[in-house]
Unconditional design. Structure first.
Lengths: 524, 347
């Protein structure tokens, strides 16, 4: 308990200036992640001002904008509520088969949104529009909130709640005063990922026939070949992403000043369910059933009833699995390397420059894959044509696309490493680099691994940028699945869908934290 | 095996005849003589389904010995990619799902002019007017209707009727789809700007069900969600092959002579940097050879464009659908069509 008091009273983080090497690396990573933005500015500057004005004045524009924003807001809120409830049930409540529930909660990450949409549409063809999109995006993105919040609750204590209770507050008020501040940064970071994901999502909304900015971008590339129009729409997405990122940053900033990183050994009081048992288990079951169980079983059902059971080419399936794993791993490593300097900077230092670097790093996540893919076509042809259409550029693209997903996890784990430890290491003669390598990275490793897994699972499902940038003739599970759903050959698609979900379940399982078990829930 | 050899032989013979008939300026790059002087390799961008095109490419390699590296994505993505790559593209040829993509590449000067002896194989009106791309197959616009709620006799004979308030909320189409847009362009060309605008306005006010793709539109009709869908004819045959013909609740109505029943084409072109590349030319020649055309007929139920190859069974003759007043090269004013659709909130 005393430790918390000390942490709260400690001087605000960021009273020191960041070391130049870290700053330089972070700026470099930030520049890399800004490639899509530079590309968009180049494209838009190619258009005449009247053309831009007339595009913005299209009658459909307000509707597209409204649809996009309302979907982002509603999905984020519902994922936040569902994710927090799930996380609380998973960590603070005595559950039967707790580990199974923990894994199930992470599993929706393994299902691409377009696959979930396919499954549901095969079951309920009339599903469409706002509610269809809202439902699908909520169930597939809830784990983005569940996982970090569960980790935060696991790492936190109920000690502050208890203090509040002894001071006469009711259990809800005590939770609000004691636990909520500990999980608020994680909840905010998760919500930001959900919001940016919804902003950039194309597959499910297109299948639900809900017109938003991303579907309009796809159409602009599709039929009109109007690259300027597509770029203007994408810039609007960037603007919305900026608002979201700044909003999250402001909210999080206040939190940190109030409480600092809450660390230390303390006990965790578990809750017994009693009367709430059945609704609680139902709640835990809803998301995995809707996101994984139903779509996958519907597709498998289609496989069994399809008249044209095409022969399954085991060799090409194996090749696709190997390619998917290799590329996703490469993407994860690239993303983590890009994210570490930005995350370390954001965890340890404050100020306008740090804030600007961190928020720029997030922006690409609000863009649909086709835009980021094209920007890297543009970039690699301009800078390193020899590497164009090689696996190197594709893994680099995954790094640029999904680096923001790793920032949050790495930042919070670095922030949890007490700075006093680094100071001790420095006093004992370690250089800055040695301190970083032997103290900070080692302690922050779970967060770094979590960031890498999150990128890997997302990269496995990625389609548009993969189609544009993959080496000619290289297939991944996602591209094979695409090739088979494009001709409505559900039967032929099912094995690839199953393989993709299975392969992506591995990082999802690792992310769930089920492996860690309950004994070391409380970090030392 | 013997059949495919025969087909290959026919194709080669045909190519020989065709090159033999061509103008005297036959360049050395004309690789159809069976001994191409290219590098024996072809990098191809394919905007069509891999399951469809990959076997065709195998047959081509078998017949010519030319190794093909194919890159598959949707036509629109590849089109965007080709624009972005510009002169640096590794692609030598592009097989596209729709003529609009080829037209826009041609307008941007990214395609090379094909030899006249190649372009003359396909009848005018089904291939590019300026010889930069080659028509491969034809696809008719049709009305798909829900046979459980609509009698075949009651299906409108012209799309103009669909603005009637009695069809409110009952018609689905994909306004962003290239084939749909070229149909609207055809409407503008055939019936005039005012009539086309009236139709677009009428449809937009008739609570249309907007989709992203033709396939989705057909699914909606097939499940009874809507009574009518405006699609390309072959989607129905693809679904029938997957689900069985008896399972098809949707049925097709062709619209001879109406703009709504026009015929679009798929095509292929050679990129500027690979002008007269013998391997690329050999591939295009193969696509419009009897073997190539027959393959599309059997696999996709599309119309062959090579005169003399029979259309798939059960389809009305191509000639009966073609409107003599419409030339595909008239359909290049795509941007006006898009403005029109955007004006009424459909894009």
């Amino acid at each position: 308990m005393t430790e918390h008091v000390i942490e709260v009273a400690a001087p605000p983080v960021g009273s020191r200036r960041p070391p130049p090497a870290l700053l330089a690396l972070a700026i470099l990573a930030c520049a890399v992640s800004a490639i899509p933005l530079v590309y968009l500015l180049v494209r838009v500057s190619g258009g005449a001002p009247d053309e831009i004005a007339s595009i913005l004045a299209r009658p459909r524009m307000p509707a597209l904008l409204l649809n996009t924003v309302s979907l982002v807001v509603t999905v984020t809120l519902s994922s936040l509520v569902l994710g927090m409830l799930t996380a609380f049930l998973l960590v603070r409540v005595r559950l039967r088969a707790q580990r199974v529930w923990i894994v199930l909660a992470a599993l929706p990450l393994a299902v691409p949104s377009y696959l979930a949409a396919f499954g549901w549409l095969a079951l309920i063809p009339g599903m469409q529009g706002f509610w269809g999109s809202f439902f699908l995006l909520t169930i597939v993105s809830t784990p983005y909130v569940t996982l970090p919040v569960a980790a935060a609750i696991r790492g936190g204590t109920t000690g502050l709640d208890d203090v509040a209770r002894t001071l006469g507050h009711g259990p809800w008020r005590a939770f609000w005063l004691g636990t909520w501040p500990q999980i608020r940064p994680a909840a905010l970071a998760g919500s930001l990922l959900v919001a940016l994901y919804v902003l950039s999502e194309f597959g499910a909304v297109a299948l639900m026939r809900y017109p938003v900015l991303t579907t309009a971008i796809q159409q602009a590339y599709g039929a009109s070949f109007n690259r300027n129009y597509a770029a203007i729409l994408a810039i609007i997405l960037v603007a919305i992403a900026m608002i979201l990122v700044f909003g999250e940053q402001r909210a999080r900033g206040r939190v940190r000043r109030q409480f600092g990183a809450v660390t230390g050994v303390s006990r965790v009081r578990m809750v017994s369910l009693r009367a709430a048992r059945i609704p609680s288990y139902l709640l835990l079951a809803v998301v995995p059933t809707c996101a994984v169980g139903i779509p996958v079983s519907v597709l498998v059902g289609r496989l069994l009833q399809a008249e044209t059971l095409r022969e399954l080419d085991v060799l090409s399936l194996g090749q696709a699995i190997a390619n998917t794993l290799g590329l996703a791993l490469g993407g994860a490593v690239t993303a983590v390397l890009l994210a570490i300097p930005i995350a370390a900077l954001a965890a340890r230092y404050r100020g306008r420059v740090v804030r600007a670097i961190e928020s720029t790093g997030y922006l690409a996540l609000g863009l649909p894959g086709i835009v980021v893919g094209l920007s890297l076509v543009f970039f690699s042809l301009a800078v390193i044509p020899a590497l164009y259409q090689t696996a190197i550029v594709l893994t680099f693209a995954y790094g640029v696309l999904f680096m923001p997903k790793a920032i949050g996890a790495i930042r919070s784990s670095v922030a949890q490493v007490p700075e006093s430890l680094s100071d001790v290491a420095r006093t004992l003669g370690y250089s800055r680099w040695q301190t970083w390598r032997h103290v900070t990275v080692r302690l922050a490793r779970p967060g770094i691994m979590a960031g890498a897994m999150l990128v890997a699972v997302t990269a496995m499902k990625e389609l548009p940028a993969t189609l544009l940038l993959r080496p000619t003739g290289t297939n991944t599970l996602a591209t094979e699945l695409w090739a088979r759903t494009d001709v409505s050959a559900y039967g032929a698609a099912a094995p690839y869908a199953a393989a993709l979900v299975l392969v992506a379940s591995v990082p999802a399982f690792l992310l769930s934290g089920a492996r860690r078990g309950r004994t070391d829930e409380v970090p030392s | 095996m013997r059949v495919s050899l025969a087909i290959a032989a026919t194709a080669t013979a045909l190519a020989l005849v065709l090159t033999g008939c061509s103008a005297p300026q036959s360049s050395p790059a004309d690789g159809a003589s069976g001994a191409p002087e290219g590098d024996g390799e072809l990098t191809l961008y394919v905007g069509r389904d891999e399951a469809l095109v990959a076997p065709l490419i195998e047959k081509f390699t078998e017949a010519t010995g030319i190794e093909v590296t194919a890159r598959y994505a949707s036509s629109s993505e590849l089109n965007a990619l080709l624009f972005e790559e510009g002169d640096n593209t590794p692609a030598e040829a592009f097989l596209s799902q729709d003529a609009g993509a080829l037209g826009s590449l041609s307008n941007a000067g990214l395609l090379s002019k094909l030899p006249a002896d190649l372009t003359s194989i396909i009848p005018a009106g089904f291939t590019s007017a300026n010889g930069t791309w080659l028509g491969i197959t034809g696809r008719a616009r049709v009305i798909a209707y829900d046979s459980e709620t609509v009698d075949a006799a009651d299906v409108p004979k012209a799309i103009a009727a669909l603005t009637d308030p009695k069809y409110a909320g009952e018609v689905a189409f994909a306004p962003g789809n290239a084939s749909m847009q070229s149909f609207v362009t055809a409407l503008r060309v055939l019936d005039g700007e005012d009539a086309a605008e009236a139709w677009v306005k009428g449809m937009s006010e008739n609570s249309p069900v907007l989709t992203e793709k033709n396939g989705e539109t057909l699914d909606l009709v097939n499940s009874g969600e809507v009574s009518f869908g405006l699609i390309n004819h072959y989607y129905w045959f693809e679904d029938a092959a997957e689900l069985g013909e008896d399972a098809m609740r949707a049925q097709l109505a062709f619209l001879p002579g109406d703009a709504g029943g026009m015929v679009n084409v798929t095509g292929a072109g050679i990129l500027k940097g690979s002008k007269d590349d013998p391997d690329a030319l050999a591939f295009l020649e193969y696509l419009v050879s009897e073997a190539g055309q027959q393959y599309f007929v059997e696999q996709t139920y599309e119309y062959p464009l090579l005169p003399g190859v029979a259309a798939p069974e059960g389809l009305p003759a191509l000639d009966s659908l073609v409107n003599p007043k419409l030339d595909l090269s008239d359909l290049e004013s795509l941007s006006q069509t898009q403005e029109l659709l955007a004006k009424y909130g459909l894009l």
